[in-house]
Design a protein around this ligand. Structure first.
Ligand SMILES: NC(=O)c1ccc[n+]([C@@H]2O[C@H](COP(=O)([O-])OP(=O)(O)OC[C@H]3O[C@@H](n4cnc5c(N)ncnc54)[C@H](OP(=O)(O)O)[C@@H]3O)[C@@H](O)[C@H]2O)c1
Length: 340
């Protein structure tokens, strides 16, 4: 008789209105059948929660399909192969996948990306060496960031922001970051090497930028949008660049706020604003892994993360992103390596 695994998973129970609440989600169980020919069974060790998932909880297509009501969510995960019926992977291999929000799953090797065990913690493949690290790396390329630039990064203590700042420092930039608490400001200054960091909650960003960057900025790496984008438009120098990466300040708005009142700066200062979608850069993943993986292995790049334990805590971790409960990448630990 074949053994059926029981896997706990998180389903979308209802579409959030405004900020998501625990009631929008359901912790449920499903049966996972043994792998068939050319398939493997994977036990997830870590799963990612990310701000972009909020958009997928709304109805209608954005740049990724929306989550289906009543269905298990998906997202980035790192797991261990525990049973294999494929020559390409063997038990004990570590793989990344988009089968997050569940404990076990069956997939074919072509849906999985094998990674080295040698790099620890394995959650780094969701952070500095994963999707968010790659977003930071791609964003600096998109913004043509070069030595000597003054680069301002919002959401700087988060997953994308802290890596963007560390990489910009390695490129020889002067780096300014903003984040939502004094602990995060200290983290940016003392652990990530930011030249300047400030708390955007203690006063208007436009005023703080006037003090911290009196001669203006060359690049704005935008993770939050809203009033912070408006402040950066004022601070940018002639021919400045904006990397439009995220706009988290508006993700839970039921009625979107009007755009920046000072967009005219784009004309007067001849600014360039480029939108970034990290999946457009997948054909350069090898280049990213070589360069940024090299920095990590050499101890030049810090992988800061906030780890929450257990699938029953995953929803809280996701909601926590909108309250700034993470420093670095927010990840959920589901199991330890090689429990089998
Ligand atoms: N374009 C792409 O391909 C791509 C890929 C990945 C991520 N992104 C975007 O990049 C941004 C950062 O993503 P991440 O994964 O690195 O998340 P993250 O920064 O690790 O986590 C979210 C952080 O956003 C901040 N935040 C929450 N609400 C805010 C508000 N109303 N105003 C200002 N800050 C707020 C919080 O930090 P504080 O304590 O500092 O407020 C929170 O810790 C997001 O906008 C995300 O959607 C884009």
């Amino acid at each position: 008789m074949e053994t059926v695994m029981i896997s706990r998973e998180i389903r979308l129970a209802s579409r959030p209105k405004g900020t998501p609440t625990a009631g929008n989600f359901l912790l449920a169980q499903s049966e996972v059948r043994p792998p068939q020919d050319q398939q493997v069974l994977v036990h997830n060790l870590f799963m990612s929660v990310d701000p972009y998932m909020r958009g997928r909880m709304n109805e209608g297509m954005s740049y990724v399909p929306s989550f289906e009501l009543g269905e298990v969510l998906d997202g980035g995960a790192v797991g261990e192969v525990i049973e294999s019926r494929s020559k390409e992977l063997k038990p004990g291999d570590i793989v990344t996948s988009s089968y997050g929000w569940r404990e076990y799953f069956v997939a074919s090797p072509k849906e999985l990306h094998p990674v080295s065990h040698g790099i620890q913690p394995l959650s780094v493949y969701l952070g500095a060496l994963g999707m968010t690290g790659m977003t930071a790396w791609a964003g600096l390329k998109l913004g043509e960031v070069k030595a000597g630039d003054v680069v301002y990064i919002s959401g700087a203590a988060g997953a994308v922001g802290n890596v963007a700042g560390q990489l910009a420092k390695m490129r020889g930039c002067r780096v300014i970051g903003s984040a939502g608490s004094i602990e995060k400001v200290i983290f940016l200054r003392e652990e990530c090497g930011f030249d300047i960091a400030f708390n955007y909650k203690v006063g208007p960003v436009v005023e703080q930028l006037k003090i911290e960057a009196p001669d203006g900025i060359d690049v704005y790496f935008d993770n939050v949008g809203g009033q912070t984008l408006e402040a950066a438009l004022s601070a940018l120098r002639v021919h400045g660049r904006i990397v439009a990466c995220g706009s988290i300040s508006g993700y839970n708005d039921e009625n979107p706020q009007p755009g920046p009142s000072n967009l005219f700066n784009v004309i007067t200062k001849r600014l360039t604003m480029k939108g970034l979608i990290v999946s457009d850069w997948l054909d350069r993943q090898g280049e990213f892994e070589k360069e940024v993986g090299g920095y990590y292995r050499a101890g030049k790049l810090k992988n800061k993360e906030t780890v929450v334990e257990g699938i029953d805590q995953a929803v809280g971790a996701f909601i926590g992103l909108f309250a700034g409960r993470n420093v670095g990448k927010m990840v959920v630990k589901l199991a330890s390596h090689s429990e089998h």
